[in-house]
Design a protein around this ligand. Structure first.
Ligand code: C5P
Length: 283
């Protein structure tokens, strides 16, 4: 028996940090949504009582450093499973990019193993296990559009965003989330309008959603990688409705209501950026 699970990337439409907590994490308020850029996780049973990872790229560690391995191991230990599995990661989402690629793979692994091992766990239970692997994993268990708070473990699903097109550019640099949060200074923070974002989405106002895009981590990552600002500017010059960095970066995305406009932005950026994607927003 084999299970095949889709693991979509996320973008942050809003990312706000309220304060640094005593446990070292930041108290967050975010609006996240999934996009049609996905990895695939294929899991099959094997005779040996082991977790074996394989991947379509040589860029991933295939041992306990991988979030997929950590998620599978936690579930296996918690439910004393002796059935081994081989997990194949088909990688399409850029790595260390601010798109939750590792977290969505871990979340898809938990959903897939829940089925393969007949555990019948609820999404809430899977999200609780996922939170031990990483802060973005609980959101990735649910997907869709959500208001995410706490460390990342409090998920409130909201309406789907108005259908639009997303063009993404992944600059060459990889970014460490811990280092970006570590350099965030609360003196000069510009908070995004997260409640305005939620209201706009609930009202299905594309214009409202576009005007409320914001991410407090942009200032930190842009100071280190000024090309992010240049890409945002190019996106707007080619006709995007709004552009923003996702998560802790460095990926930049822009939204376009019309496909023809998105194509123009995509083609324009292709001229001088290596990694450019044009995808749909996902429900
Ligand atoms: O939970 P995860 O390991 O994905 O987080 C990576 C890093 O991002 C943490 O070590 C922490 O430095 C930072 N972080 C934070 N506040 C959060 C989530 C992550 O400061 N709510």
């Amino acid at each position: 028996m084999e299970v095949n699970v889709k693991a979509p990337a996320k973008i942050n439409l809003s990312l706000d940090a309220l304060y640094k907590r005593e446990d070292g994490y930041h108290e967050l308020e975010m609006v996240m949504t999934t996009i049609d850029l996905s990895d695939r996780i294929r899991i099959r049973k094997i005779d040996e009582d082991k977790i074996v990872l394989k991947a379509s790229t040589g860029m991933l560690p295939l041992d306990k450093r991988n979030h997929v391995y950590q998620a599978a191991k936690l579930l296996k230990n918690q439910f004393q499973i002796t059935q081994g599995v081989e997990i194949f990661i088909e990688k399409n989402i850029p790595i260390s990019a601010g798109l939750a690629g590792g977290s969505t793979d871990a979340a898809a692994t938990l959903r897939g193993l829940n089925e393969l091992w007949d555990l019948a766990l609820s999404l809430e239970e899977l999200a609780e296990i996922g939170a031990q692997v990483g802060s973005d994993v609980p959101y990735c268990i649910y997907g869709g559009t959500a208001f995410v708070t706490g460390r990342g473990e409090c998920i409130k699903q909201i309406a789907d965003i108005p259908q639009c097109w997303v063009v993404l550019v992944k600059p060459r640099a990889g970014v460490s989330t811990a280092s970006v949060f570590g350099a965030l200074s609360f003196n000069k923070i510009e908070h995004p309008d997260t409640s305005g974002m939620i209201q706009a989405i609930e009202a299905q106002s594309y214009a409202g959603m576009v005007s409320c895009l914001g991410n407090v981590l942009e200032q930190v990552t842009i100071a280190r990688h000024p090309d992010i600002d240049r890409i945002k500017l190019k996106m707007m010059q080619f006709g995007a409705d709004a552009a923003l960095m996702s998560g802790s970066g460095p990926t930049v995305f822009c939204l376009c209501e019309k496909y023809s406009r998105a194509q123009r932005v995509y083609n324009g950026l292709k001229g001088f950026c290596d990694e450019v994607y044009l995808v749909r927003s996902l429900k």
